[in-house]
Design a protein. Structure first.
Length: 449
């Protein structure tokens, strides 16, 4: 059978593309080596958030006295947390399979490899069988990057994020190498469950891609709470469960039961060797505005493109790519300037658009407005002892909203409103006309205007 579209990788990009194309009546074959849902659903976003929510519940119970509630002898069961995490993942995987269960979608479980390529057809081998398709969509995702630190490879004390999520017991102590999003979310999880945490970041700040003022609020809180955060610090060697670092304090050594390495991810290009003319940039596949590669009938979506490694970006890329394949009018492009991002620490960080620093680097004259989240009555009612922060970056000349950056629970739930404003180029006066329900924390977006 000749398929209209072959998709390698069943993560957010792959299964979104398969569902959209097959529902349009096109014959699609989707290859997935592991479980559908990809890294995000199986060993990333969802299991991490499930465990983080359990940890937050325990944290809230042990700090309930702030709200006039006394909870005695509070405890947690990490095995039960892990069990619940597994159930959540299984249900969501089953839901995706159900969405793909139609006469035009074939799901193949196994490692797929491109064996030949022509502008008119692509041949893919999986489980000893060959499949032919008019078009190919590469959604192979990314893998954890292992830095070339002596002693880190094949070390039984060293975890990556997948190992950490699979662990059946909490470590007695942990060192996290990398203060990015993944590292800080795991730092939150372990700290709230009582595990001593040390975070080591080579750059001058944790979460270096986010607004510096917002990040400073989190860093200050976490340091006061007892998380040991070392920035501008480089790991030189790892020996067993110990490591040696150099930083502002000179040479230091640290030990912990586990060392979690989370220093980023790299595009996964395995099985694509036959596409020897595929254009790459810094190890990722180059795509145009419609996720088309330099090869006429080959598209790429998700982490493998190296654009923005977020599940919702992958899904949107898939929608755009399939729309282009189906010649849907009008053709839509992805507004990369309006992609929201969230860090599920406690408190949460949410942002969209450019930061104050980026505006300066781009030569944009920008006005920056700031408000504590306590200007929201709902925030005050539910976040005792927290101040939070909301920042809005505004184009001085056009008065359009360029970026919004917040720290405070639950800002992840309303960052989409700010994303819409950035996406549509709202001016402050236009955004001010949006009515927010009262009392909600989202009203901070109106208050800051």
């Amino acid at each position: 059978m000749r398929y209209f579209l072959a998709i390698i990788g069943g993560g957010p990009a792959g299964y979104t593309a398969a569902e959209k194309a097959s529902k349009a009546g096109k014959d699609v074959v989707l290859f997935e080596q592991n479980a559908v849902g990809g890294t995000c659903l199986n060993v990333g976003c969802i299991p991490t958030k499930s465990l983080l929510y359990g940890a937050k519940q325990y944290y809230n119970a042990t700090h309930a006295q702030k709200y006039g509630v006394t909870a005695s002898e509070v405890s947690f069961d990490f095995t039960a947390m892990q069990k619940r995490k597994t159930i959540v993942v299984r249900k969501l995987v089953a839901g995706i399979k159900q969405r793909l269960n139609n006469e035009h979608c074939t799901l193949v479980s196994g490692l797929a490899k491109v064996v030949s390529y022509q502008p008119s057809a692509v041949n893919i081998e999986c489980n000893g069988e060959t499949y032919e398709a008019e078009n190919l969509m590469i959604c192979t995702g990314s893998t954890n990057f292992v830095p070339p630190i002596p002693g880190i490879k094949d070390n039984e004390h060293v975890w990556d994020s997948t190992d950490a999520l699979a662990a059946t017991e909490l470590p007695k102590s942990i060192i996290i190498v990398g203060g990015g999003v993944i590292g800080m979310e795991f730092a939150t999880l372990y700290h709230e469950l009582g595990v001593p945490v040390t975070v080591i970041e080579a750059l001058p700040t944790i979460l270096p891609n986010l607004d510096a003022e917002v990040v400073a609020v989190l860093a200050d809180k976490y340091k006061k709470a007892g998380i040991n955060i070392l920035t501008s610090t480089k790991v030189e060697t790892v020996t067993g469960n110990g490591l040696q670092v150099t930083g502002e304090a000179g040479v230091q050594t640290f030990e912990a039961e586990r060392i979690l390495v989370s220093v980023g991810r790299r595009a996964n290009l395995n099985g694509l060797e036959a596409l020897n003319e595929l254009e790459l940039n810094r190890g990722a596949i180059v795509i145009d505005d419609f996720c088309k590669t330099n090869l006429p009938n080959v598209y790429a979506c998700g982490d493998v493109t190296g654009k923005i490694m977020l599940a919702h970006v992958a899904s949107r890329q898939a929608e755009v790519a399939v729309g282009r394949l189906l010649k849907q009018i009008p053709l839509q492009r992805i507004a990369y300037n309006a992609i929201p991002s969230v860090v599920y620490t406690n408190p949460e960080i949410a942002s969209v658009g450019i930061t104050e620093k980026q505006a300066d680097e781009m030569g944009i004259a920008a006005e920056v407005r700031r408000l504590p989240m306590t200007f929201s009555g709902r925030f005050m009612a539910e976040n005792e002892g927290e101040t939070g922060l909301c920042k809005m970056v505004i184009d001085t000349k056009k008065q359009s909203v360029l970026g919004v950056h917040m720290i405070g629970n639950p800002c992840s739930e309303f960052i989409a409103a700010a994303s819409f404003a950035v996406r549509m180029g709202y001016t402050t006066s236009e955004f001010e006309q949006v009515v927010f329900p009262h009392p909600t924390v989202s009203e901070i977006l109106h208050e800051i205007l």
